[in-house]
Design a protein around this ligand. Structure first.
Ligand code: GRF
Length: 201
């Protein structure tokens, strides 16, 4: 499985995937990081891991479609099978979503369909739910709306603030995401309509 990770920020999920690959726990290789922010810590993580980065400046393009066309060409050139969105803070267009439908996944820090969009962690705290979590889903044209592959629950304690909850959410993400990618690599994940099934080992 040839993987491209798209990320804009810290890159803790990128790191978890790179580490899993390095440890031989992933039947796949991260071929490319796609990033829209030169100063993002994820860029340095890729450099240290020896993974190529395709950096772009959105402002240099007339439209989203225009830079996505370039990204698509690069993904095809590198024979990418799977796009993994890990904190990629940009809306995607059909240029990438359509050719990669069923081959592009995202991680979101809530139990979707609750709290989509930005700040899923803060939204859950402010709403006052006692249980939140993380979701990995296939990407469709909407905002965090595609078919759900896997979820893990995280309890919210009365003493939690955003930082303490984020710490447990990120730990849950870093465990779940490499596992899902491995299930995909093993061909165990089947997408049928909105229902996604994972065949047990
Ligand atoms: C994660 O919380 C992920 O769920 C969300 O963006 C964050 C990225 O964190 N989509 P990191 O850059 O992987 O550390």
């Amino acid at each position: 499985l040839r993987i491209a990770v798209f990320a804009s920020g810290q890159g803790s999920n990128f790191q978890a995937l790179a580490d899993a690959a390095l440890a031989g726990k992933l039947d796949g290789s991260i071929e490319l990081l796609v990033c829209d922010k030169a100063a993002a810590p994820v860029v340095e993580r890729a450099r240290r891991a020896g993974i190529d980065t395709w950096l772009f400046k959105p402002k240099e393009y007339a439209s989203r479609e225009q830079y996505e066309e370039e990204i698509l060409a690069e993904l095809i050139r590198r024979g990418i099978d799977l796009i993994v969105l890990a904190g990629y803070m940009r809306i995607l267009t059909p240029v990438l979503v359509e050719p990669f439908y069923g081959r592009m996944i995202n991680i979101h820090p809530s139990l979707l369909p609750a709290f989509p969009g930005v700040n899923g962690i803060r939204q859950a705290l402010e709403y006052g739910v006692k249980l939140t979590g993380v979701t990995v889903h296939f990407v469709d044209g909407g905002m965090d709306s595609g078919p759900i592959i896997a979820q893990r629950a995280v309890e919210i304690a009365d003493s939690d603030d955003e930082a303490s909850l984020a710490e447990r959410i990120h730990a849950a993400e870093q465990a779940l995401f490499p596992w899902v990618v491995q299930m995909i690599a093993e061909g165990r994940v089947a997408l049928g309509g909105r229902r996604v099934t994972i065949r047990e080992r």
